[in-house]
Design a protein around this ligand. Structure first.
Ligand SMILES: Cc1cc2nc3c(=O)[nH]c(=O)nc-3n(C[C@H](O)[C@H](O)[C@H](O)COP(=O)(O)O)c2cc1C
Length: 190
């Protein structure tokens, strides 16, 4: 069956490093037969969760903004790829705003966003996962996936700074491509 893959681009830089990895993952997934949609978060009007808890009564989030069309896409996705730069030792605010709003699935015990397969694409300016704070982002995604009874199939990460750096790292491009293929085919990472 065709897999449905949703990719979030969490950087404001539309052609930045995490975005390039996201495009690679999309290419790999499409090559393996998946239907892929990429959502560039930076231009969207996504308000922070207001903790009104009306989602519990309403059956969904009551805020009328650009999250509304994303909810059914999340529910329909077999796999979700989170592509983000490390900002201040964790993932970007653009992505955090979006993920906070998954609270809107509260009414149904987060069922719509559970039992998914995840891929993580992470770029940072510092030399490694520890000093960059990338490790904090990964830890959050791991905790989140445990809560959502979901699985992280693969994490691709690298030390990249300027726009264009990702293109100089064929090994990262390849890893992102293969992660896309794996999410599309249902195969596990090695
Ligand atoms: C606001 C801001 C905060 C950043 N914070 C960190 C950080 O905490 N650790 C780090 O290693 N790099 C940090 N960086 C560097 C970016 O993570 C790095 O340039 C990354 O490759 C950008 O990804 P992008 O090209 O997808 O936007 C920061 C950059 C910006 C603009």
């Amino acid at each position: 069956m065709t897999k449905n893959i949703l990719i979030f681009k969490g950087s404001p830089r539309e052609r930045g490093n995490s975005a390039v990895l996201a495009e690679q993952a999309a290419a790999g997934a499409r090559q393996a037969g998946a239907q892929v949609e990429i959502i560039y978060l930076h231009n969207l009007d996504i308000q922070p969760c207001s903790a009104c808890d009306l989602c519990v009564e309403n059956g969904g989030c009551v805020i009328e903004d650009d999250m509304a069309p994303i909810y059914p896409k999340l529910a329909a996705a077999d796999a979700i790829i989170l592509a983000t730069p490390v900002y201040w030792f964790t993932f970007s605010a653009q992505l955090k705003l979006c993920i906070d709003r998954w609270y809107g699935f509260h009414a149904n015990q987060w069922r719509e966003v559970s039992h998914k397969r995840f891929g993580i694409l992470l770029t940072y300016g510092d030399t490694d996962l520890e000093t960059s704070g990338g490790i904090n982002a990964i830890h959050t995604f791991e905790t989140m996936c445990r809560f959502l009874k979901s699985e992280i199939v693969g994490v691709v990460h690298g030390s990249l700074s300027d726009v264009g750096d990702a293109a100089q790292h064929p090994e990262l491009l390849q890893q992102a491509y293969e992660l896309g293929q794996q999410l599309a085919s249902g195969r596990e990472m090695n």
